[in-house]
Design a protein. Structure first.
Lengths: 568, 161
């Protein structure tokens, strides 16, 4: 069947089950947007205020739904505006297909208007990039791109179409092919044959599993880490069963939030730089550490050489390149977390580590004493008391991010959406838009700081235009909190360029976008604001005034051992 | 320690950029790199020589294996490979020195490609060590210009990567 090239692009998206696209039009991508006009009833397009917002929205959509996100942008600045969003998705293994258009073949490489080598720029921050010069390649390349984004360890992919490829008089052969058939046709079939690339993740090695079963049997003080891989693999049920059988304490990394129930009696909370005492002490004293889908980042393994130095370290990961990258392990199993855990659960029996658990949990900190001022703990406590327990929490980056991860409880994959690896300030609002579009039935809470909010706050225009009921909670401490904390503790209180006391009036700003805003300074006001926000059915911005010197506790300095607490 | 990595890749624009990017992001210098098409026109072989610890090479090898355009990667063992490099070298030559240079070429198995009243251009394909030796022997005659290809290598025996 001969159809327009642009039609083929959109048909290929429909093949993949895409229903929502986030993006921003421009000169070179005009043809695709023209086609989109005809596909309005099949493909919903969310126009953001800035391409970066669209990139984060597609990312948030992907993280919260487990599907592949899709984002459109034009050439040049449109494409480069995506890059922070692409890198954010790459670091946190989020599957997003970014589609950009470039200038036409005739002027390619001649510094044409809005021309940039985006496939070159995006190459280190994507799993693959494709420059499409022949319209006949469209179906094949889009099918491959989606497969690559989703398979194995997921991640972003970028397709750059030359403008002449999308010209409205270009016709291509297109036959509908169901998604399940894709691996057997065209480039994907060739890829499989030639490189032995398999779209299915290889089965875990049985001997490796046997050995781990033996190691588990020999361990008296086992400790588990639930990483982002558990979330990406949607292996939360298997992990829960595994942890309960092991009867072992479980630390949850920032990316692992939602992989293991946050309120479970076995959980020790976060691990690492802002990890809880029980987590960090358990990690230091355990005799067997099993890390599932975690990459031992420098925020977790602050000193790789002495990390879990009394333990046999076992790494379960889908990505072979992660094994022995940051921390030298004693044993590893390469495979999908879900599959590996299923195999392990079938083999291990119920253990009892009461004494070890008592030791670990004896280090729990006593509850903080109220000071009368509105504290981050109060704010999140109030939200938890008022919002449904399955609300999706999207954070920006910094102190409020750590508080959110510490004080909320996440019970299912996709409930916490946070920029863990790249630490992208300004990630939250875009990602919250994506999460809400993907989960219209759930309450979406956007937790942010005054610094982060100002970075991509213009997306309130998107929120307002599409009437997306997101509750934005700004922790306003009038400073770049996390940097302020470091300056206070490690730089002799020299607060270089972190004072944000010249912020706009966030309530008025929200109102300017047609969104209701509230400023709260007490717990009671916060409770009222939350009730209003939840019942009004529209977006709402709640600005919480907190003390400038609020700190994230505990804290271990970068490059110091996990038990070397700078702050308790 | 010098290591030879042989990579088979799809013969496409941008692939080389991606591969060298894996080295450069680790601030890691490539000693030599040679690319050429194989018997299959759609496949290129890249031979990379790096000087570094085992860990780094292992890490880069794993990362290379993840790239869609990479078909196969193998680190070749030093004692188990046939590695050759081509050098083209231009030296000053007068009637006095011409004979000496010519003798050197004969001993080393090099060819004389071009000759003028003041210069000679020589060519040698050999192991990197012998290419180094040839270059150092010619240094006293005053080298005008040198071009080296970097090593290409395959493993010994009937096996292939």
């Amino acid at each position: 069947m001969k159809i327009r090239a642009t039609q083929a692009i959109l048909e290929c998206l429909l093949e993949q089950g895409v229903d929502t696209i986030f993006g921003y039009p421009g000169g070179t991508i005009l043809n695709v947007y023209d086609e989109l006009y005809r596909y309005q009833d099949k493909l919903r397009h969310i126009l953001t205020a800035h391409e970066q917002g669209a990139a984060h929205a597609a990312d948030g959509y992907a993280r919260s739904t487990g599907k592949v996100g899709v984002c459109f942008a034009t050439s040049g600045p449109g494409a480069t505006n995506l890059t922070t969003g692409i890198a954010t998705a790459y670091m946190d293994s989020s599957p997003v297909v970014f589609i950009t258009c470039n200038v036409g073949e005739k002027v390619l490489g001649k510094d044409a208007f809005q021309e940039v080598d985006i496939t070159g720029i995006a190459s280190p921050i994507t799993k693959a990039t494709y420059l499409v010069r022949d319209p006949n390649d469209i179906p094949d390349i889009i099918r491959e791109a989606f497969a690559v984004a989703a398979m194995g360890r997921p991640g972003p992919v970028l397709i750059d179409f030359l403008k002449n490829v999308t010209a409205l008089d270009v016709m291509v052969d297109y036959e509908y092919l169901p998604k399940t058939e894709h691996p057997f046709h065209g480039r994907l079939a060739k890829l499989k044959k030639r490189s032995g690339w398999d779209l299915k993740t290889p089965e875990p090695n049985a001997d490796d599993v046997d050995q781990l079963v033996r190691m588990i049997g020999a361990s008296q003080k086992p400790f588990l880490i639930c990483g982002g891989g558990v979330v990406r693999s949607r292996a939360h049920r298997e992990f829960l069963e595994f942890a309960q059988r092991m009867d072992a304490p479980v630390a949850i990394t920032a990316m692992g939030g939602g992989g293991f129930p946050g309120g479970h009696p076995l959980t020790t909370g976060m691990l690492g730089m802002h990890g809880s005492r029980p987590s960090n002490i358990a990690c230091d004293t355990c005799d067997l550490l099993i890390a599932v889908g975690c990459r031992f980042s420098d925020r977790v393994a602050t000193v790789p050489e002495t990390f879990a130095h009394q333990a046999k370290i076992v790494h379960i990961d889908i990505d072979r390149a992660e094994i022995d990258k940051n921390v030298q392990t004693d044993h590893h199993i390469v495979g999908d977390a879900k599959r590996v855990l299923q195999l392990l659960n079938a083999r291990i029996s119920q253990a009892d580590h009461t004494e070890w658990k008592q030791f670990v949990f004896s280090h729990r900190a006593p509850p903080a004493q109220g000071t009368g001022l509105l504290t981050p703990c109060d704010i999140i406590g109030t939200i938890r008391n008022t919002a449904p327990g399955d609300s999706i929490v999207v954070t920006d980056v910094g102190q409020h991010q750590m508080w959110s991860i510490q004080y909320f409880h996440f019970d299912y994959p996709g409930q916490l959406i946070t920029s863990g690896g790249f630490g992208t300030m300004g990630f939250g609002l875009g990602a919250a838009i994506g999460a809400k579009m993907g989960n219209p039935g759930k309450v979406v809470l956007h937790m942010t700081g005054d610094g982060c909010f100002r970075m991509n706050g213009q997306e309130l225009a998107t929120v307002s235009h599409y009437d997306i009921p997101i509750i934005t909670v700004i922790f306003n401490n009038h400073t770049l909190g996390m940097v302020h904390q470091w300056q206070n503790l490690l730089y002799g209180g020299r607060f270089s360029q972190t004072d944000l006391n010249f912020a706009p009036d966030f309530v008025k700003l929200a109102e300017a976008y047609g969104i209701r805003g509230r400023r709260v300074t007490t717990r009671a006001e916060m409770e009222g604001a939350m009730h209003d926000a939840l019942s009004c059915g529209h977006a709402c911005v709640i600005e919480c005034i907190i003390d400038t010197d609020e700190t994230v506790r505990p804290m271990v300095s970068a490059g110091k051992p996990l038990t070397d607490f700078l702050l308790d | 320690m010098k290591q030879t990595i042989s990579v088979l890749v799809e013969n496409q624009a941008g692939v080389l950029n991606r591969i060298t990017g894996l080295f450069s992001r680790r601030a890691f210098n490539i000693e030599s790199l040679a690319v050429g098409v194989t018997d299959d026109k759609s496949v290129s072989r890249i031979t990379i020589i790096v000087d570094s610890g085992n860990n780094v090479v292992e890490q880069v090898e794993k990362q290379l294996n993840k790239l869609v355009d990479v078909i196969k990667v193998r680190t070749l063992e030093e004692k188990n490979l046939i590695g050759r490099e081509l050098i083209i070298i231009k030296v000053s030559a007068t009637t006095k020195t011409r004979q000496d240079i010519s003798n050197l070429c004969q001993i080393m198995g090099a060819r004389i490609d071009d000759i003028t009243s003041t210069s000679m251009t020589l060519e040698l394909s050999d192991t990197p060590d012998r290419v180094d030796l040839f270059e150092s022997l010619l240094r006293p005659f005053s080298i005008l210009e040198v071009a080296r290809t970097g090593v290409i290598a395959v493993q010994k025996g009937s096996g292939k990567i």
